[in-house]
Design a protein around this ligand. Structure first.
Ligand code: MG
Length: 432
């Protein structure tokens, strides 16, 4: 059994999760002597945080509470500690919560660090320190101010742009509007109060950002910006009120910072390979992008909206990315830039798949007769004019399907064939 998914531990915020937070705190506190803890805006975050901190202190670790902050802000503060812990369920609905554990360089705990924590919990080897070694927590002051100050160092210009920001009432509500005002922007805010309830679906996808695209267009703004619950993600809308696909944002950021070596995930568009960059592909999940960037690369990200600028941090930083996209928009209209990048139709979807394993799916997919098959993550079928990726979700019991081709018809054909193969496999498994 595993506790950690692709992006840490997540679940419905119930008795089990609160008890688990205490145990993870006890385990982390046994290994790391000085830990900073932050949380997002969810109604359960304060209770989860105190449960986790209770474990840390009882294990004998020192602990600083940085309050409600975005994950990249916590990552920045973690430089001064042995480890950081973020209480968040990222882009999951408000009834969820979870824990992300970070290293001082901003990277997420790697698989051996996670295994160490899991084993301590499963082996029941958690212990409370002797009474005179139990610690008291203290407050970490100014995490947001320090993160904003560091970000501003890289952006000296004053940008006379109008920006609509939709933080979904997540942790960025406290940071991004303030940062962009400091950069000289005229800021219009939507959903920027940290209520713990998310007025829109918190994942920043095109389907969930209808209000932002409308407001950006109707207010005549230069761009719109959206975050997920913990602001490690950032997505944007152009001056015509069009949602910008993440694959195109990746190209814009790579160009802006003059990156030569870019790291992205296996499900990103093939346009990235046509931009004259050296591209390394990883499994889906920003932690894999960060791990690769530790070895080499100037910039990395994944099309769902996580952007990693390794000179700043190995944690995806939606706040820094917001300043970066404003810089790009100050030079040329985003709509012009976006239209200058080729567009290949790319379809993404998922299907609920309790119990279906990838090995069972393979023969069904091979019937599509691909030119080659890749297995960095799930099964990627390559064709002359496109590709199909089928993979198990790292966070939900779903199979994710992505298809891209050079024409709409072909992309739809590839997507439909992939979907049929998955459905046939699920049907056959139920009949077994
Ligand atoms: Mg997130």
């Amino acid at each position: 059994m595993r506790l950690f998914g692709t992006s840490g531990i997540r679940g419905i915020a119930d008795n089990d999760l609160l008890q688990l937070a205490l145990k993870v705190g006890l385990a982390v506190g046994k290994v790391y002597g000085n830990v900073v803890v932050g949380c997002d805006t969810r109604t359960s975050s304060d209770a989860m945080k105190h449960s986790f901190i209770s474990g840390l202190l009882a294990a004998g670790s020192r602990c600083c509470d940085a309050g409600v902050i975005p994950t990249p802000t916590l990552a920045f503060a973690t430089r001064e500690f042995d480890a950081g812990a973020m209480i968040t369920a990222s882009h999951n609905p408000p009834e969820y919560n979870g824990m992300k554990l970070l290293n001082p360089d901003g990277s997420a705990f790697n698989s051996s660090q996670k295994r160490q924590i899991e084993e301590m919990i499963f082996n029941d080897s958690l212990t409370v320190a002797p009474w005179d070694k139990i610690q008291s927590s203290s407050i970490y002051e100014g995490a947001i101010a320090k993160h904003v100050e560091r970000t501003l160092q890289n952006f000296s210009n004053k940008f006379k742009l109008k920006v609509v920001i939709d933080c979904g009432c997540g942790a960025a509500s406290l940071v991004t509007p303030y940062l962009l005002e400091k950069l000289g922007c005229e800021v219009v805010t939507m959903n920027c109060y940290p209520s713990g309830f998310f007025p829109r679906n918190i994942e920043p996808t095109e389907a969930n950002l209808g209000d932002l695209t409308k407001a950006t267009k109707e207010s005549g703004a230069d761009l719109g910006i959206a975050h997920d619950g913990d602001a490690d993600r950032m997505m944007a809308v152009d001056d015509k009120g069009r949602f910008i696909p993440g694959d195109k944002l990746l190209v814009l950021f790579a160009r802006q910072i003059g990156a030569k070596k870019v790291v992205t995930t296996i499900d990103a568009s093939m346009i990235i390979d046509e931009m004259g960059l050296t591209v390394t592909r990883t499994r889906v999940g920003d932690n894999y992008v960060s791990e690769e960037l530790k070895k080499s690369g100037d910039f990395g990200g994944e099309p769902s909206g996580t952007w990693v600028f390794p000179t700043i941090s190995l944690c995806p930083d939606g706040v820094y990315a917001a300043a970066q996209i404003v810089t790009i928009a100050s030079k040329q209209k985003l709509s012009q830039l976006i239209d200058s990048i080729p567009h290949y139709p790319l379809l993404r979807g998922s299907i609920t798949s309790e119990g279906v394993v990838m090995s069972k799916l393979e023969p069904y997919l091979m019937a599509m007769e691909p030119l080659s098959v890749g297995n960095i993550d799930g099964i990627k079928l390559n064709f002359k004019d496109g590709w199909v990726l089928v993979r198990a979700s790292g966070t939900e019991p779903k199979i994710r399907l992505t298809a891209e081709a050079k024409s709409e018809t072909r992309a739809q054909q590839l997507y439909d064939s992939g979907l049929k193969a998955i459905k046939d496999c699920i049907k056959a498994s139920k009949e077994e």
